[in-house]
Design a protein around this ligand. Structure first.
Ligand SMILES: [Fe+2]
Length: 511
C-alpha cells in the first residue's frame, strides 16, 4: 500500500510529492502575475483544480462610507455558463461570505443544510434556482494578508469525484460530488492567503505606478505650461505615441512582423514620450521661449540708439554741413528702425533684407575727433537680426538641442524598474533622424530604437499642428501629414511608421 496516498480529490495528486510540486508551481505562477484581475482569475482557477471544485467565487473586501462590503469580483463554473454581475454584499453575519470575513475562519459545509445549524442562517440559494444549479457542498475561506487581516473571501463549490465531469443533471449530483476534507481546506486556505498577500502587493504596485504617473503628468504639464506654445505638448505626444504602438501591434503589414510591444513596453513608451522634453528644464527660459530675433529690451535699446543718432546728426547739421551719406542716414533713420521692427518676428529673411541689414550695420556716428560714438548694431545684435530662418542663433540653437542630453541625464537619475529601464534612452533619442542628421548623437537607421522613432513622429506632428507656436500658424492635418511623408521620403523619419501613423489615424487623440 502506498503510504503517501491521500484523499485529495484530483487523482493526479496521488501522493504528497505530486501535490507539493503542484503547489510550488502554482505559487510560482501566481507570484509572477502583477495584473490584479489576472491574478484573481488564476488563483480561483488553480484552487478549483487542486480541490476538483466545479465552481468558485472570490469576494474582495472594500470599505465604502465607513461600512465594509464584499465585492463579488471573480466567479467560475465548469458546468453552467454564468452571467457575471459585479455586486456587493455587506460584511455581516447574514451570509456565509460575510461570516467568513468577520470571523476569519474556514468553513466547510459538506451538506448545505449544515449552514443553518452552524451559523444560524440559511444558505442563499437564489443563484442555484435562477441557474438550475445545486450547491451540494462548499469551502468558504478567508483571504488574509501579512497582518492576518481578512481582505477577501474565496468560496469553492461542489467538489467533484471526476475532475473532468460536467454536472448537468441535478439528480446525479449526489453521485458526482464528494466531501471536502479538512486537510484540503487548510492547503487551499494557505494558498488563498498567499494570493491575498500578492493581491496587496499588486495593489501597492498599481498605487505606486499611479502615483508616479500622476507626478510625471503634473510635472510635465506645469513645465509645458510655462509657455503657451508648448502647453499640452508632452501629453499629446504621449497619447499619439501609444496610439501608434497599438497600431504596430495590430498591424498585419510585414514591416511590423517582428515587432510587438508588451504591456510593459507600452508603459515604458508612455513614460518616455511623456518625459521626452523634461531636459528643457535645463535650458534657460529666454532661449527656450524666444519668440523674436531681438528681445523687447534689446529693441528698446536700439530705439534709443536711433533716436540718439538722429539728435546727433541734427545737432551736427546746425554747426556744419553734413556729408551726403549723413544726410541719407538722417532721412532714412525712421525707415531703418521700422524695417528692423518688421523683420524682428519674420520667419524667413530674403537676401535683400540681409543686404539692407548690412547697410544699416555700416551706419555709425564719428565725432570731430574721429571717435565712434554710436555703434547701432553690435555684433551680437547683428547676429540675431541676420538669422535667415527662425529666431535662434547658432549658440542658442545648440543650447536648445542640449535638452535631449539633459533629458537623458534627468531620467537616468530615476530608479526605474527593470521593465522601464529603457525610458532614458528612448526619450533621449527623440530628435535622432534615420539619415544621421538628428541630435544629440547623430544615430543612424536601426541604431535608433523604434520607440524613439515613434516619439519623433508624434513630436513633429504636434509641433506642426499645435495652434499656439510663435512664428508658426497651426497647419491643417493633411498638410502636417504630407510634411511627415516628405520627411520619411527624405529618410529622416521612419517610412513604415509614418504610413501607419496616417492610416491608423494615430494622431487622433480626441477621446
Ligand atoms: Fe524635444
Amino acid at each position: 500500500m502506498n503510504k503517501n496516498k491521500t484523499t485529495y480529490g484530483n487523482p493526479i495528486y496521488s501522493n504528497h510529492y505530486e501535490l507539493l510540486s503542484k503547489l510550488v508551481s502554482v505559487s510560482k505562477k501566481i507570484s509572477a502575475e502583477q495584473n490584479t484581475s489576472n491574478l484573481l482569475n488564476m488563483i480561483l482557477q488553480e484552487c478549483m483544480i487542486i480541490t476538483n471544485s466545479d465552481a468558485g467565487s472570490i469576494y474582495i473586501k472594500v470599505p465604502m462610507n465607513d461600512i465594509d462590503y464584499l465585492q463579488f469580483t471573480v466567479t467560475k463554473n465548469d458546468s453552467i455558463p454564468i452571467n457575471f454581475k459585479k455586486k456587493m454584499i455587506p460584511v455581516n453575519f447574514d451570509s456565509i461570505a460575510g461570516y467568513t470575513a468577520l470571523t476569519g475562519k474556514i468553513f466547510t459545509f459538506n451538506n448545505m443544510n449544515d449552514v443553518i445549524t452552524s451559523l444560524g442562517i440559511s444558505h442563499d440559494n437564489s443563484f442555484d434556482q435562477k441557474n438550475k444549479y445545486q450547491t451540494m457542498n462548499m469551502l468558504s475561506l478567508p483571504m488574509k494578508n501579512i497582518k492576518n487581516e481578512v481582505i477577501g473571501v474565496m468560496q469553492l463549490i461542489n467538489k467533484k469525484i471526476d475532475a473532468n465531469s460536467v454536472i448537468s443533471d441535478t439528480s446525479l449530483y449526489s453521485e458526482s460530488i464528494m466531501p471536502y476534507t479538512k486537510e484540503e481546506a487548510n492547503i487551499v486556505a494557505s494558498l488563498s492567503s498567499q494570493a491575498a498577500i500578492l493581491l496587496e502587493r499588486s495593489k501597492l504596485y498599481s498605487d505606486i505606478n499611479l502615483l508616479f504617473e500622476t507626478f510625471a503628468e503634473t510635472l510635465v504639464t506645469s513645465l509645458d505650461q510655462r509657455d503657451p506654445s508648448t502647453a499640452g505638448h508632452s501629453t499629446r505626444v504621449s497619447k499619439m505615441s501609444i496610439n501608434l504602438a497599438h497600431a504596430v501591434n495590430n498591424s498585419t503589414s510585414h514591416a511590423f512582423n517582428a515587432v510587438s510591444f508588451s504591456e510593459y513596453e507600452i508603459k515604458e513608451l508612455f513614460f518616455a514620450a511623456l518625459l521626452h522634453d523634461i531636459g528643457k528644464i535645463g535650458v534657460r527660459e529666454h532661449i527656450l521661449f524666444k519668440s523674436s530675433r531681438l528681445s523687447k529690451s534689446e529693441i528698446e535699446v536700439l530705439k534709443y540708439k536711433f533716436m540718439c543718432l538722429e539728435l546727433l546728426l541734427k545737432e551736427k547739421g546746425r554747426h556744419c554741413t553734413l556729408t551726403n551719406s549723413e544726410k541719407i542716414t538722417l532721412n532714412s533713420i525712421d525707415q531703418y528702425y521700422k524695417f528692423i521692427l518688421s523683420i524682428n518676428c519674420k520667419g524667413f529673411l530674403t537676401d535683400l533684407e540681409i543686404e539692407l541689414l548690412n547697410e544699416i550695420n555700416r551706419i555709425n556716428y564719428i565725432d570731430e575727433n574721429g571717435v565712434t560714438k554710436i555703434e547701432l548694431l553690435p555684433p551680437n545684435i547683428l547676429e540675431s537680426l541676420s538669422i535667415k530662418k527662425g529666431n535662434l542663433t547658432k549658440s542658442e540653437r545648440s543650447a536648445i538641442e542640449d535638452h535631449a542630453v539633459f533629458t537623458e541625464q534627468v531620467l537616468r537619475e530615476i530608479a526605474w524598474t527593470n521593465e522601464l529601464k529603457n525610458v532614458p534612452n528612448i526619450a533621449a533619442n527623440h530628435h535622432e533622424r534615420i539619415d544621421g542628421t538628428g541630435y544629440p548623437k547623430g544615430l543612424i537607421g536601426a541604431n535608433i530604437l523604434i520607440q524613439s522613432r515613434i516619439i519623433s513622429i508624434a513630436d513633429v506632428y504636434d509641433a506642426l499642428t499645435a495652434s499656439d507656436r510663435p512664428y508658426k500658424t497651426a497647419l491643417p492635418i493633411e498638410k502636417a501629414l504630407s510634411i511627415l511623408q516628405t520627411e520619411a521620403k527624405n529618410n529622416r523619419l521612419d517610412h513604415d511608421l509614418v504610413e501607419l501613423f496616417i492610416s491608423a489615424k494615430a494622431y487622433n487623440i480626441e477621446s
